[in-house]
Design a protein around this ligand. Structure first.
Ligand code: NDP
Length: 492
């Protein structure tokens, strides 16, 4: 098994106490790599290195144009290693090679886009109302950014934070998920190759419950960018609050994929399949609730089940596979628990509903694509994030009822709408309480378009122009140009 090292201050190091942990391949259930088990001391060193790099002339005095050039060069290097990194991700988190490969081949765009933006971060001269005063603003980096990411799209969710944070002139400490750290460590090698000064990007691996609080609460960490589950997010947010530091929170969801009777039927069937079974439901934007207009409910369920039941399961590294394993054993157990809860609550299982034991699934943690009908909006299967290949089908009569059900959860990450009525498209887009609305499509994202949650799905935006603002602070500068002597006892 290959032993990996962490990146601290430009050096590749073992953890302070020399301990490693095993990273498991979800298809075989067996360990395939050894990853350093970072310690509190390692975190302190990584933050120290990021803090020093922030002040070092090699970064602090680099022009924004040159910073942008580094990012674009990094993007070019990443493009060359996309296939290799995609394969590592697929082996480490069990997601389909097709999915990881598409993410990796698209990812350089984040570095090109934000690299281009680096020297377009401008202050403003304000038409100030005070006579004899000149007022302008600077946009400045926040300082050291700590990023914490989950296992489902390891590099993509890191890149969404790294590219804008570095473009804005911050330095970075990244703790990837313990279940999928290997790709981040390989990706980390490209920073030196691209010419980034040592310490600008640091990667510490290990267990969130051992080192997370130290990283989040570190006095030299100026901002925390978190993606993960809402309960972990709550904990991270509370720790950051104790130290009054800004956070972005990209959390979970219970997204509704809403199909009206006037939709293109075949496209809608495929769109709902893609929303829940692509990525084995292990995506924050999983369309885990299908809201189907009652007049087409039976026909839709019949066609949907027929189509979904043909999904090929198996080795995620095989490009013909359509549904892969669940990434971790505890997550596998959790999904099976939710299936039992749904049955106990009275939902009717019309597809799957059990662990998959097909020969092509080997020893992996596979669950059959599962569909429940007779689901009511208050059932747990309709309210809680399962993060697996489990769909809850809920009927509705009209637009008002669809909105009431769709908005009736604590989450608000994404929603899909399938209709051929343009007025309905716009009305639904306005009325849905979610950070992303897809109409006649699902799961599209771009470096140009902001992504983030409403309600318990979080706050702050990644990608697009909005993202850079998450990593900047604005300074207002006043100059008295009047030359007059001010009365010190009167506020001007
Ligand atoms: P977790 O919340 O379990 O973990 C996320 C990250 O937080 C991991 O790196 C984890 O480390 C770390 N962590 C755990 N405990 C702490 C702590 N006390 N302090 C600081 N960090 C800690 O999420 P999962 O990895 O299970 O990922 C699945 C979740 O992520 C789902 O809820 C999903 O919806 C959400 N997600 C949201 C997205 C979005 O953009 N909105 C995108 C993708 C996923 P460790 O791995 O060591 O436990």
């Amino acid at each position: 098994m290959q032993k990996h090292r962490m990146l601290i201050g430009g050096q590749w190091v073992e953890s302070g106490n020399g301990e490693f942990f095993e990273s498991l391949n979800p298809f075989t259930g067996k360990p395939w790599a050894l990853v350093p088990r970072g310690t509190i001391d390692d975190v302190n060193q990584a933050v120290g290195a990021a803090r020093s790099a922030l002040k070092a002339p090699s970064w602090a005095e680099l022009s924004a144009t040159d910073r942008g050039a580094l990012l674009r060069r990094f993007g070019d290097l990443l493009a060359k290693r996309a296939d290799e990194l995609a394969e590592i991700e697929s082996r480490d988190n069990g997601k389909l090679i097709n999915e990881m490969s598409a993410q990796l081949h698209y990812m350089p765009q984040w570095f090109h886009y934000f690299g281009g933006l680096a020297d377009k971060i401008e202050g403003r001269v304000l038409p100030i109302d005070r006579p004899g005063m000149f007022n302008f603003t600077f946009e400045e980096p926040l300082g050291v950014v700590a990023a914490i990411t989950p296992w489902n799209s390891p590099l993509m969710l890191g890149a969404w934070k790294l590219a804008p944070a570095l473009a804005a002139g911050n330095t970075f400490v990244w703790k990837p998920s313990e279940h999928s750290s290997v790709s981040a460590l390989e990706f980390g090698k490209l920073f030196a190759e691209a010419g980034f000064p040592p310490g600008v990007v640091n990667i510490v691996t290990g267990f969130g419950n051992e080192i997370g609080d130290t990283l989040v609460g570190h006095p030299d960490v100026a901002k925390v960018a978190f993606t993960g589950g809402d309960l972990t997010g709550q904990h991270v947010y509370a720790t950051a609050a104790k130290h009054i530091k800004p956070v972005t929170m990209e959390l979970g969801g219970k997204s509704a994929n809403i199909v009206f009777a006037d939709a293109n039927f075949d496209n809608a069937v495929k769109g709902v399949v893609s929303g829940i079974f692509a990525a084995t439901g292990q995506t924050c934007v999983a369309g885990s609730r299908a809201l189907i207009q009652r007049s087409i409910l039976d026909e839709f369920v019949e066609k949907f089940v027929a189509f979904a039941s043909t999904a090929r399961m198996g080795d995620p590294l095989d490009t013909a596979t359509q549904v892969g394993p669940i990434t971790t054993q505890p997550q596998y157990a959790k999904v099976l628990d939710y299936i039992e809860i749904a049955k106990a609550e009275g939902a009717r299982c019309v597809l799957g509903g059990k662990a998959a034991t097909r020969p092509e699934c080997g020893d992996g943690w596979f669950i059959e694509p599962t569909v429940f009908t007779d689901v009511t909006p208050s059932m747990r299967i309709a309210q809680e994030e399962v993060f697996g290949p489990v769909l809850a089908v809920i009927p509705f009569e009209d637009e008002d009822e669809a909105i009431e059900i769709a908005n009736g959860t604590q989450y608000g990450l994404a929603a899909g709408v399938w209709t051929s009525d343009i007025n309905r498209c716009l009305n639904m887009a306005k009325r849905l309480e979610s950070g992303t609305v897809w109409i006649n499509t699902y799961r599209v994202s771009s470096f140009i378009s902001p992504f983030g949650g409403y309600k318990r799905s979080g706050f702050g935006r990644e990608s697009g122009l909005s993202a850079i603002r998450e990593y900047l602070q604005e300074k207002s500068v006043w100059i008295d140009t009047s030359g007059a002597t001010a009365n010190p006892f009167v506020t001007r």
